[in-house]
Design a protein around this ligand. Structure first.
Ligand code: GLN
Length: 191
């Protein structure tokens, strides 16, 4: 079984933990740099990206996460977590970790459609489309040449992307009862 950690400094890390529990996957809460050692996969949850990035820097997690990612640590960012892993943001702040070649706009879906739910088909996930919950979701503006788009909205906006072992979703699989995205990430982490 791969060793999975959930960054537990802000946001809905407990919900990710409950999903992992429900499929029998062990996991650890990660708050300090030495807890990153030996992980195969790290989940960065939804929440507030400015706070998450601020605390990543306060706890000196930025450089170790970047170093481990370049050595093959699998990382999955959901919603705010996707903002954290992005290479560029349309806002000046926060300064993201730059783990995936995507440009992202925070809260881009706008106030009227602040939050919405839909279904998306994700490459690599069999069966019914995934029920996707978007809450003040970031929007992917651009993807680099090595980024695979695994799902889009009907208008073509990418909402699940992968570059090597880095995965990002602009929605929140941890707020549904569908564990298939978590299973996909575990298989990436174990590969
Ligand atoms: N809009 C939030 C941010 O900028 C993300 C929202 C979420 O994770 N649900 O961090």
């Amino acid at each position: 079984m791969p060793k999975i950690g959930v960054l537990a400094i802000q946001g809905d890390f407990r919900e990710h933990g409950l999903m992992l529990d429900s499929i029998g996957q062990n996991w650890d809460e990660i708050r300090l740099p030495d807890q990153l050692n030996d992980l195969d996969g790290l989940i960065i949850p939804g929440g507030e990206s400015t706070t998450i990035v601020q605390l990543i820097d306060t706890y000196n997690l930025r450089i170790p996460i970047q170093r481990l990612a370049s050595n093959g640590l699998a990382i999955w960012g959901t919603c705010a977590g996707m903002i954290v892993v992005a290479k560029t943001l349309s806002d000046k702040k926060p300064v993201p970790l730059g783990l995936m070649d995507i440009a992202v706009s925070r809260n881009a879906f706008g106030r009227q459609i602040d939050s919405f739910e839909t279904t998306v088909s994700v490459t690599g996930i069999k069966g019914e489309p995934i029920h996707a919950v978007f809450i003040r979701a970031p929007q992917i503006l651009n993807t680099g040449p090595n980024v695979d788009i695994l799902s889009t909205l009907e208008n073509g906006t990418p909402v699940t992307v992968r570059e090597n072992k880095i995965l990002a979703t602009s929605f929140h699989p941890e707020l549904t009862e569908d564990t298939r995205m978590h299973e996909l990430f575990i298989s990436i982490a174990g590969s």
